[in-house]
Design a protein around this ligand. Sequence first.
Ligand SMILES: C[S@@+](CC[C@H](N)C(=O)[O-])C[C@H]1O[C@@H](n2cnc3c(N)ncnc32)[C@H](O)[C@@H]1O
Length: 314
Amino acid sequence: MNYNSKYLFSNNAKPFIKWAGGKNQLLEQFNDFYPNELRNGVIKNYVEPFLGGGALFFALSQKFKIEKAYLSDLNKDLVLTYQIVQRKPEDLLDFLEQYQKEYDTTEQEKRNDLFLEIRKHFNCQRFEINYKKLSDNWISRAAQFIFLNKTCFNGLFRLNSKGEFNVPYGKYKTAKIFDEQNIMAASECLKNAEIVQADYTNCWNVVNENSFVYFDPPYRPISQTASFTTYTGFEFRDSEQLNLANFYRKLDREKGAKLMLSNSDPTNENPNDDFFQKAYLGFYIFKVLAGRAVNCNGEKRGKIKELLITNYQK
Ligand SMILES: C[S@@+](CC[C@H](N)C(=O)[O-])C[C@H]1O[C@@H](n2cnc3c(N)ncnc32)[C@H](O)[C@@H]1O
């Protein structure tokens, strides 16, 4: 099918997957914190090394004149899926249409079986994929990734110790697996992006004084019970948070780039927790309100604070 003519002028792209920690709901508040050099067109180079759903990338690439974007994440299948959205959106849509049809025509009681079948296929196929070289089997894998993401419990991505995706079915009455127009618009936005599967430190070589770098690492858990840090099978512990803070400091010192970083605010739980104040001493630390609830405790329910750390003044 040829989707091009239909969506040529569409530019309202947003994340095409659900992702834990997605920034859609914070975009409006973030507006006040972008560097002036991005607003006035001096900065044309955008770097996002913890890409996830890419909410900020999609928003900024349609708002400002970004000429080059370097987008990366450690999650192999997430990156493969972005690369397919970028390069083969029409072929991907053909697969997604099939999955949507299959889901819609399967009776409610049998949808769990359909989900498990696709999950099993996704897990078995991982051994046949050469993640370094784009091939036809990437397209069906990207479609499966999106299908699983939209039908699994809460859009979570979790791997067991064998590297198998093991999130259960989300039991949704209806599931909109994809939006054609959005996939085409996302593909358009990604046209000039370099999309890489890599550790965040790999962005070092592409950052310069004309770059804006946005870091959205796995959050430091706000409580023992709220721990969610395994998007990739690797934990992101406090020692990793501190390594990242050192990397941020080094980028600031040696590259002169504009830097912005999000994380959870530990003072939501413990007013004396100064982990980030210490780690990012000398930088600007702001607080924004997120829509998430702290926990089920009625007293603490409501908006919680998240941190936004920049190396430039607001
Ligand atoms: C909080 S999510 C990003 C959310 C995203 N900004 C959004 O709006 O949806 C963190 C991401 O970091 C990735 N990640 C974890 N450890 C990483 C590492 N060492 N280097 C690069 N990416 C990593 C995870 O795979 C995950 O996609």
